[in-house]
Design a protein around this ligand. Sequence first.
Ligand code: SAM
Length: 326
Amino acid sequence: MIDPFGREITYLRVSVTDRCDFRCVYCMAEDMVFLPKKDLLTLEELDRLCGAFIRHGVTKLRLTGGEPLVRRDVMWLIRSLGTRIGDGLQELTITTNGSQLAKYAQDLFAAGVRRINVSIDTLDAEKFTAITRWGKFSAVIEGVMAAKAAGLKVKINAVALRGVNEDEFDAMIEWCGAQKFDLCLIETMPMGEIADRTAQYLPLSLVRARLERRWTLTDTDFFTGGPARYADIAETGQRLGFITPMTHNFCEGCNRVRVTCTGTLYMCLGQDDAADLRAPLRATEGDAALDAAIFEAIARKPKGHDFVIARRAKPAVKRHMSVTGG
Ligand code: SAM
């Protein structure tokens, strides 16, 4: 699949549910209304959809959400997708808030998952509850340790929030160094109506300049297939990633598309254009209509997003991050 700008699409991110057991303040409203179950693709349909993308050249699949591990029987899907590793698919991975990892870490490894991203914005238990509203820090740490013990390579993702966790990045680098985890910092993106986003936005160019007073950061061309740019941290031997959709737009190298749990394909995280894949998926047992819909959508992939965070600016897109899963 090659888009109009010559970019090859090899990475599919699949949101398997819009539901989450957390309500992170920058991601969701507290009173989110979730989709009725009938609108969701079944696990079998998600499996078939992923199979189509793999046939068309997708080599990396990431399951996300909502919280992927709260979807009932999600391990069935993960096990099924895992059987495709080595047969077109090179990597199957997930992004999770960690709340269910203690339960699932070993099963994930057994299914062929080798690396996972866990979202943790703070190491302070009280602050953790303030950010996630419903999250329990101890359960997440227990989950992360279970993942490590199961042999999964863990990367910690933290959204950089002004006045919330900006004083903690040194401590997080230290902790990740001790645990042998990479850490990736993310700029907050204007998705969905959320109070206070302007106040929370923290450019990572600023964060990096501050971190360089204490840590020796050397840029590397290490690449995981995602949007992060990495630096080696000499003092810990681990990597520090930066995802900078605001200060440095990375669209020119975009290799990914996203599908939601209702089978809506978004060709760009920061644009509204989308294609319905559920109708062609359900119309026939054969995949001809589905394949045609996928190619037609890829031919419309836009050049990039135009995120702006400003006091009176509207969010770039109305949907919350939980719809597409980041
Ligand atoms: N529940 C899973 C998790 O916590 O990782 C997967 C879904 S979550 C939407 C994926 C990632 O998006 C998380 O790291 C979260 O912190 C991040 N995220 C959510 N809203 C965001 C926003 N407005 N800007 C930047 N990152 C955001």
